[in-house]
Structures are given as structure tokens and as C-alpha cells.
Design a protein around this ligand. Structure first.
Ligand SMILES: [Zn+2]
Length: 77
């Protein structure tokens, strides 16, 4: 069973959809999409590209922090 401080767990949220996380034997599970993030040496690895399976909302890019490039043809040069 993964060991993680309960107070830390209480403030953690899925980095993609911000849903609460719950701890299971193999890591932290997004309670909204049920993808799992690994916990290594007691440190949760809350990265979208570490989620197993890949977080569906991360794939869609809904929660991307980078601005999308301007649509081609939207600006005449
Ligand atoms: Zn999530």
C-alpha cells in the first residue's frame, strides 16, 4: 500500500480536471475519471503525462495552459 500523509492527500487534486484524489494500493486515483497517478517514495507524481491510462481531458487539451496557435488564415499578412 502506498504511504502518503493524510493531510497532503486532503489538499491534492487531479492536475488535469481538479477532481479530488483518493489513495489506493498503486497510487492516487482521480475520482472523476479514475485514471491513476503513481506515488514514488511517498511523493505523488501528479503529471498529466504520468497518468495511467492517459487522462481523457488532458488528451482533449481542455485544460491546456498554453495558448493555442492562431488559426491559419485568421490573419492576413
Ligand atoms: Zn482528473
Amino acid at each position: 500500500m502506498a504511504v502518503l500523509d493524510e493531510k497532503l492527500l486532503a489538499i491534492l487534486a487531479c492536475p488535469v480536471c481538479k477532481a479530488p484524489l483518493r489513495l489506493d494500493e498503486q497510487g492516487l486515483v482521480c475520482t472523476r475519471t479514475l485514471v491513476r497517478y503513481p506515488v514514488e517514495e511517498g511523493i505523488p507524481i501528479l503529471l498529466a503525462d504520468k497518468a495511467v491510462p492517459p487522462h481523457p481531458e488532458a488528451e482533449k487539451g481542455t485544460f491546456s495552459f498554453t495558448a493555442p496557435p492562431p488559426a491559419p488564415g485568421s490573419q492576413e499578412s
